[in-house]
Design a protein around this ligand. Sequence first.
Ligand code: NAD
Length: 251
Amino acid sequence: MTRAQPVALITGASRGIGRATALKLGQAGWAVGVNYTRDALAAEQTAAEVECAGGRALTVQADVADEAAVIAMFDTLERTFGPIDALVNNAGIVAHSMPLADMDYARLKRMFDVNVLGAYLCAREAARRMSTDRGGHGGAIVNVSSAAARLGSPNEYVDYAGSKGAIDTMTLGLAKELGPRAIRVNAVRPGLIDTEIHASGGRPERAATLGAQTPAGRPGTAEEVAAAIVWLLSDAASYVNGALLDVAGGR
Ligand code: NAD
């Protein structure tokens, strides 16, 4: 990014991959919007660490599936730090492992509301503000997809896998739609990463057990995914657009 202090919004940044990305951007001197839903304390902690690392930070509360809250979040961030340069669509959920036949409507709806609608709403707000044909100065978007998008996750999370497939397709489409408007759009597809998401899916041991079976022989870390995200946002990736980058230890 060519601006002296570029501005990024990271959704779901209170912990895990989002938090690790916020810290790395802080080290690089960015101003970071640390989005969270309920865990205000953890978000404040992330923000404090971003500032310690040399960046600026603002915690911004919003459920990414709530349109009004998403718009207000972008407005707040821009009022504080100025025009946005980058969005990391990181917020995501899994639910308990089960075959599709056992999934209820509420689960399916929430999965697609958060993982797909949320990412689309945030990308839309970023596009409205960063597109050069709307007075913006361009920028970059990184979507956090999953290796599940190409594996399908049968008998576990076909809903989650499908939601991430939608993220891959959105990435490919927006790269072409927004490229001429000076916005690059890429995705990372993490494999088994050691974060709390597995516990919230009822499988805390999942990353360690399945990670051991990858060619890398271990699960990945949030920092390893964050490094790929930060690279995709940076000018070092200035000719990378529409990439779906596997960060999966060869899985
Ligand atoms: P995590 O559970 O630690 O982080 C997810 C974050 O999203 C949390 O901070 C959570 O509060 C936030 N979030 C959830 N719903 C939200 C909503 N409605 N609005 C705003 N924020 C919301 O897990 P993580 O592993 O760091 O996950 C980050 C991303 O990486 C997710 O999109 C996930 O699907 C993806 N991913 C993770 C793995 C893995 O193995 N950990 C693998 C592939 C993809």
